[in-house]
Design a protein around this ligand. Sequence first.
Ligand code: ZN
Length: 303
Amino acid sequence: MKKFLLSILIIFFVSIIFIFKNDSVAQKILEEEQNIQINFNKEISIKPHDKVIQGQTIFINIKTAKQLENPVFRFKDKEYKIFKIAENQYFGMLGINTMEKPAQYKLSMYDKTGNLNDNAFINVVIKKYPIQNITVTKKMSGLTATQHELNQIGKAKYLLTEKMYGSSYPYNSPAKGCIISEFGLRRYYNGKFSGDYHKGIDIKAPTGEPVKSMTDGKVIFAEKFRLHGGSVAVDHGHGVMSLYIHLSKIVIKPGEFVKADQKVGEVGQTGFATGPHLHWGLYVNGTPVDPMIDWIKPVNLCK
Ligand SMILES: [Zn+2]
């Protein structure tokens, strides 16, 4: 009887060890492949993290049954909000600046209760952006932004709306046409580096072509500016804003709600533009990001 009990005990302990070993192996695979951290009843996924291209957007998903209070994440020296999107579910986004130095960065997530207190590491990799030279005429070089338009765009970039208006991406391109200038191009004016890069994408289209909101949102401003020309900004919530400029016509008003693919205006050549096109800017927490990575369905480059 004693022998029998002993063998039962041995079988019991061996299976316990086996279960634990299996668990840790499974967890390690998950961590390596998807950067999912599971501790107790918390699950964090950061995509992408192993290879993040300059100008790309990082998406943070957190699932936890524990209460979180004011969850945020820190990247470099700045804190960003994490939004509650459903019961036990949280979401945050980070736009990587196209001038960000390629390196490994720490991303820390925390909240007031201490239930969220985790770190992740992201590897920013270089993207070779082409150089673009623009011939600037005397008339164009005299065009400067007014303080009013700078204020309007500045405010719109940093709006943080709790709710997400938009549906799930990828979205449709806001105008029919090919891409004539990609995001991130290093800009030269008359052969001299401007010190700046292209903060959106240019879609080549004839004047009058409809310009549509990339997804649902609330119109922040819709007006004619001196440098940017006819301009519309739409708040999509969660710190996401889209900007449509050089419009020849605007058909919506500030404060209006728009649906995905709803017309907001028409393509034009107003403000600082060398030909009719739509300049479309996409901002995440104030950082311009490349809409072509993850956000919209593929669009062809002009030949
Ligand atoms: Zn542009």
